[in-house]
Ligand binder design. Sequence first.
Ligand code: 5GP
Length: 185
Amino acid sequence: MSGHRPNEPPHGYVLIGAALLHQRVRELGAQIAADYAEKRPILVGVLRGVVVFLADLLKATDGLPCEVDFMAISSYGSGSGVVRIEKDLETSIEGRHVILVEDIVDTGLTLRFILRNLEARRPASLVVCTLLDKQAHRLVPLPIRYTGFAIGDRFVVGYGLDEKQRYRNLPDIWVIDETADRSAG
Ligand code: 5GP
Protein backbone atom coordinates (compact mmCIF):
# COMPACT_ATOMS: atom_id res chain seq x y z
CA MET A 1 0.00 0.00 0.00
CA SER A 2 2.66 2.50 0.96
CA GLY A 3 4.26 4.53 -1.79
CA HIS A 4 1.04 4.90 -3.77
CA ARG A 5 -0.20 8.41 -4.33
CA PRO A 6 -3.91 9.15 -3.73
CA ASN A 7 -5.00 8.72 -7.36
CA GLU A 8 -3.04 5.54 -8.01
CA PRO A 9 -4.72 2.14 -7.84
CA PRO A 10 -3.89 0.78 -4.39
CA HIS A 11 -3.39 -2.75 -5.71
CA GLY A 12 -1.93 -1.97 -9.08
CA TYR A 13 1.33 -1.69 -10.93
CA VAL A 14 2.62 0.22 -13.93
CA LEU A 15 2.40 -1.84 -17.12
CA ILE A 16 3.51 0.81 -19.63
CA GLY A 17 5.33 3.89 -18.39
CA ALA A 18 4.80 7.40 -19.73
CA ALA A 19 8.14 7.55 -21.55
CA LEU A 20 7.46 4.33 -23.47
CA LEU A 21 3.90 5.46 -24.23
CA HIS A 22 5.10 8.74 -25.66
CA GLN A 23 7.79 7.07 -27.74
CA ARG A 24 5.32 4.62 -29.27
CA VAL A 25 2.68 7.31 -29.88
CA ARG A 26 5.27 9.43 -31.67
CA GLU A 27 6.08 6.42 -33.89
CA LEU A 28 2.39 5.88 -34.67
CA GLY A 29 1.93 9.57 -35.47
CA ALA A 30 4.93 9.57 -37.79
CA GLN A 31 3.65 6.43 -39.53
CA ILE A 32 0.21 7.96 -40.05
CA ALA A 33 1.73 11.22 -41.30
CA ALA A 34 3.79 9.24 -43.84
CA ASP A 35 0.91 6.99 -44.94
CA TYR A 36 -1.50 9.91 -45.44
CA ALA A 37 1.00 12.43 -46.78
CA GLU A 38 -1.10 13.30 -49.82
CA LYS A 39 -4.47 13.05 -48.06
CA ARG A 40 -6.47 14.99 -45.51
CA PRO A 41 -7.74 12.29 -43.14
CA ILE A 42 -10.31 12.66 -40.39
CA LEU A 43 -9.27 11.18 -37.06
CA VAL A 44 -12.40 9.96 -35.30
CA GLY A 45 -12.05 9.46 -31.56
CA VAL A 46 -14.41 7.30 -29.55
CA LEU A 47 -15.07 9.10 -26.27
CA ARG A 48 -14.14 9.21 -23.51
CA GLY A 49 -11.13 7.00 -22.88
CA VAL A 50 -9.38 8.00 -26.09
CA VAL A 51 -8.90 11.71 -25.32
CA VAL A 52 -5.39 11.51 -23.88
CA PHE A 53 -4.09 9.18 -26.60
CA LEU A 54 -5.76 11.16 -29.35
CA ALA A 55 -4.29 14.44 -28.12
CA ASP A 56 -0.77 13.01 -28.10
CA LEU A 57 -1.31 11.25 -31.43
CA LEU A 58 -2.50 14.47 -33.06
CA LYS A 59 0.61 16.29 -31.94
CA ALA A 60 2.70 13.45 -33.34
CA THR A 61 1.15 13.89 -36.80
CA ASP A 62 2.62 17.37 -36.83
CA GLY A 63 2.59 18.76 -40.35
CA LEU A 64 -0.16 16.46 -41.67
CA PRO A 65 -3.29 18.37 -42.69
CA CYS A 66 -5.99 16.46 -40.81
CA GLU A 67 -9.29 16.93 -39.06
CA VAL A 68 -10.70 15.57 -35.81
CA ASP A 69 -14.18 14.52 -34.81
CA PHE A 70 -15.68 12.48 -31.99
CA MET A 71 -18.31 9.84 -31.33
CA ALA A 72 -19.62 8.71 -27.98
CA ILE A 73 -21.22 5.34 -27.47
CA SER A 74 -22.65 3.34 -24.62
CA SER A 75 -22.45 -0.42 -24.35
CA TYR A 76 -25.00 -2.58 -22.68
CA GLY A 77 -22.96 -5.06 -20.72
CA SER A 78 -19.43 -6.10 -21.54
CA GLY A 79 -19.21 -8.44 -24.49
CA SER A 80 -22.84 -8.04 -25.53
CA GLY A 81 -21.92 -6.06 -28.64
CA VAL A 82 -25.10 -4.05 -28.19
CA VAL A 83 -24.07 -0.45 -28.56
CA ARG A 84 -25.92 2.85 -28.83
CA ILE A 85 -24.53 6.06 -30.34
CA GLU A 86 -24.84 8.79 -27.72
CA LYS A 87 -23.03 11.43 -29.74
CA ASP A 88 -22.58 11.29 -33.48
CA LEU A 89 -19.99 12.86 -35.77
CA GLU A 90 -20.51 16.44 -36.84
CA THR A 91 -18.57 15.90 -40.06
CA SER A 92 -19.80 14.02 -43.12
CA ILE A 93 -17.28 11.27 -43.83
CA GLU A 94 -18.61 10.35 -47.28
CA GLY A 95 -15.64 10.13 -49.64
CA ARG A 96 -13.20 10.95 -46.83
CA HIS A 97 -10.25 9.00 -45.44
CA VAL A 98 -11.18 8.03 -41.88
CA ILE A 99 -8.89 6.81 -39.12
CA LEU A 100 -10.93 5.49 -36.22
CA VAL A 101 -8.90 6.00 -33.05
CA GLU A 102 -9.59 3.76 -30.05
CA ASP A 103 -8.03 3.45 -26.62
CA ILE A 104 -8.44 -0.32 -26.28
CA VAL A 105 -9.94 -3.21 -28.21
CA ASP A 106 -10.97 -6.26 -26.23
CA THR A 107 -13.55 -8.62 -27.76
CA GLY A 108 -13.83 -6.25 -30.73
CA LEU A 109 -17.63 -6.24 -30.61
CA THR A 110 -17.85 -2.52 -29.83
CA LEU A 111 -15.44 -1.68 -32.62
CA ARG A 112 -17.25 -3.91 -35.10
CA PHE A 113 -20.49 -2.06 -34.41
CA ILE A 114 -18.82 1.32 -34.94
CA LEU A 115 -17.04 0.20 -38.11
CA ARG A 116 -20.25 -1.10 -39.66
CA ASN A 117 -21.97 2.15 -38.81
CA LEU A 118 -19.20 4.23 -40.36
CA GLU A 119 -18.86 2.01 -43.44
CA ALA A 120 -22.51 2.66 -44.24
CA ARG A 121 -21.59 6.34 -44.68
CA ARG A 122 -19.33 5.43 -47.62
CA PRO A 123 -15.94 6.82 -46.60
CA ALA A 124 -13.13 6.62 -49.18
CA SER A 125 -11.18 4.51 -46.67
CA LEU A 126 -11.60 3.41 -43.07
CA VAL A 127 -8.84 2.04 -40.84
CA VAL A 128 -8.40 1.56 -37.10
CA CYS A 129 -5.68 2.87 -34.83
CA THR A 130 -5.79 1.51 -31.29
CA LEU A 131 -3.40 2.22 -28.47
CA LEU A 132 -3.96 -1.15 -26.77
CA ASP A 133 -5.00 -4.49 -28.22
CA LYS A 134 -6.12 -7.39 -26.02
CA GLN A 135 -5.88 -10.01 -28.73
CA ALA A 136 -6.57 -12.97 -26.47
CA HIS A 137 -10.21 -11.93 -26.09
CA ARG A 138 -10.93 -11.15 -29.72
CA LEU A 139 -14.23 -12.63 -30.89
CA VAL A 140 -14.38 -11.01 -34.32
CA PRO A 141 -11.60 -10.28 -36.83
CA LEU A 142 -10.99 -6.57 -37.30
CA PRO A 143 -8.95 -4.48 -39.73
CA ILE A 144 -6.64 -2.85 -37.21
CA ARG A 145 -3.97 -0.95 -39.16
CA TYR A 146 -2.08 0.70 -36.29
CA THR A 147 -1.53 -0.81 -32.83
CA GLY A 148 0.38 0.81 -30.00
CA PHE A 149 0.83 -2.21 -27.75
CA ALA A 150 -0.57 -5.74 -27.63
CA ILE A 151 -1.34 -6.52 -23.99
CA GLY A 152 -2.47 -9.56 -22.06
CA ASP A 153 -5.78 -10.25 -20.41
CA ARG A 154 -5.52 -7.59 -17.69
CA PHE A 155 -7.79 -4.70 -16.73
CA VAL A 156 -5.85 -1.50 -17.30
CA VAL A 157 -6.39 2.12 -16.35
CA GLY A 158 -4.62 5.43 -16.83
CA TYR A 159 -3.64 7.53 -19.85
CA GLY A 160 -7.36 8.16 -20.43
CA LEU A 161 -8.67 4.75 -19.40
CA ASP A 162 -10.88 4.55 -16.35
CA GLU A 163 -12.36 2.28 -13.77
CA LYS A 164 -15.72 3.79 -12.82
CA GLN A 165 -14.47 7.19 -14.08
CA ARG A 166 -11.32 7.10 -11.94
CA TYR A 167 -7.67 7.05 -12.95
CA ARG A 168 -8.01 8.70 -16.38
CA ASN A 169 -5.41 11.32 -15.48
CA LEU A 170 -2.60 8.91 -14.58
CA PRO A 171 0.28 9.46 -17.02
CA ASP A 172 1.19 5.74 -17.09
CA ILE A 173 -0.92 2.68 -17.94
CA TRP A 174 -1.55 0.61 -14.83
CA VAL A 175 -2.85 -2.90 -14.31
CA ILE A 176 -5.44 -3.18 -11.59
CA ASP A 177 -4.82 -6.34 -9.67
CA GLU A 178 -8.25 -7.93 -9.77
CA THR A 179 -7.29 -10.62 -7.30
CA ALA A 180 -6.88 -7.96 -4.59
CA ASP A 181 -9.77 -6.70 -2.50
CA ARG A 182 -10.68 -3.49 -4.26
CA SER A 183 -13.01 -2.34 -1.53
CA ALA A 184 -9.92 -1.81 0.58
CA GLY A 185 -8.99 1.06 -1.73
P1 5GP B 1 -14.90 -4.75 -26.58
O1 5GP B 1 -16.23 -4.49 -27.23
O2 5GP B 1 -13.75 -4.70 -27.55
O3 5GP B 1 -14.91 -6.01 -25.77
O4 5GP B 1 -14.74 -3.64 -25.48
C1 5GP B 1 -14.04 -2.47 -25.71
C2 5GP B 1 -14.36 -1.49 -24.61
O5 5GP B 1 -14.32 -2.11 -23.32
C3 5GP B 1 -13.30 -0.42 -24.58
O6 5GP B 1 -13.63 0.65 -25.43
C4 5GP B 1 -13.29 -0.03 -23.12
O7 5GP B 1 -14.30 0.91 -22.89
C5 5GP B 1 -13.64 -1.31 -22.39
N1 5GP B 1 -12.45 -2.03 -21.92
C6 5GP B 1 -12.02 -3.24 -22.33
N2 5GP B 1 -10.91 -3.61 -21.66
C7 5GP B 1 -10.63 -2.59 -20.81
C8 5GP B 1 -9.58 -2.38 -19.85
O8 5GP B 1 -8.66 -3.19 -19.63
N3 5GP B 1 -9.60 -1.20 -19.17
C9 5GP B 1 -10.59 -0.26 -19.37
N4 5GP B 1 -10.50 0.86 -18.63
N5 5GP B 1 -11.59 -0.44 -20.25
C10 5GP B 1 -11.60 -1.59 -20.98
